[in-house]
Design a protein around this ligand. Structure first.
Ligand code: 13P
Length: 251
């Protein structure tokens, strides 16, 4: 059985004290959750140490939102994977569309970052997804396939066990416009087929594939009912502990 996960990407939101309060609320409410869903929160870098402390002894895992593409040294403004581990992270998100779109994140760079993260012992949540133009041109399958191949086909089946994929159609992020459950399922199934062609059916079946893009308590149930949707990567709705937990309860 593949792992079900609901992860909260806080993006560039909350102060440290707000983040600690949010993490504590999530940890507390997570105690009542008994459906086997793994919970992860991904606060900004500045919050990691304090949020790690707030999550101590809870069921909630800690993730970064990005990492540097070098191990250490003269890279002003960057944060290395070993610093994330040291701060208490077990995960990092990589390749979010906002990083691809605004910060020039390329598939080539992602190969380097995924390698560094895995070697440091971090699990990776790798984001893929097409933008609106690509969807309207009917190119969504090609775009997602290329992202999966360009990054993940450089890794071994063993590496893949520590990688979760998040399908986030860019047109659904922060827009209130969710992909329908059928639209999401068709891409999730396609990603699984793409993985199966390279790594075999068994590994593809074991890989957790999350949906992200305006996922909220009101639509999570329908999305998570699809057979290839194993949870969500949640933006806006992860900033309210009640909504985040309600999404996790949708399983
Ligand atoms: P929203 O849930 O705010 O649409 O964001 C989704 C996302 O980008 C999560 O990484």
């Amino acid at each position: 059985m593949r792992k079900k996960i609901v992860a909260g990407n806080w993006k560039m939101n909350t102060t440290v004290s707000e983040g600690v309060a949010l993490a504590k609320a999530v940890a507390e409410k997570a105690e009542g959750l008994n459906n086997g869903v793994g919970l992860i929160v991904a606060p900004p870098f500045t919050h990691l140490v304090s949020v790690a402390e707030a999550l101590k002894g809870s069921k909630v895992g800690l993730s970064a939102q990005n990492c540097a593409d070098h191990e250490k040294g003269a890279y002003t403004g960057e944060v290395a994977v070993n610093m994330l581990v040291d701060a208490g992270c077990a995960w990092t998100i990589l390749g979010h569309s906002e990083r691809r779109q605004y910060y020039g994140e390329t598939d080539e760079k992602l190969v380097v970052k995924v390698r560094l993260a895995l070697d440091a012992g971090l699990g990776v949540i790798l984001c893929v997804g097409e933008n609106l133009d690509e969807r309207e041109a009917g190119r969504h399958f090609d775009v997602v396939k290329a992202q999966v191949e360009n990054v993940l086909f450089n890794f071994s089946a063993e590496d893949m066990k520590k990688i979760v994929i998040a399908y986030e159609p860019v047109w659904a992020i922060g827009t209130g416009k969710t992909a329908t459950a059928a639209q999401a399922e068709e891409i999730h199934a396609f990603i699984r087929e793409t993985l199966a062609a390279k790594f075999g059916k068994e590994l593809a079946e074991e890989t957790t594939i999350l949906y992200g893009g305006s996922c909220k308590p009101s639509n999570a149930k329908e999305l998570f009912a699809e057979k290839d949707i194993d949870g969500g990567l949640i933006g806006g709705a992860s900033l309210k502990a009640d909504d985040f937990i309600a999404i996790a309860e949708a399983f």
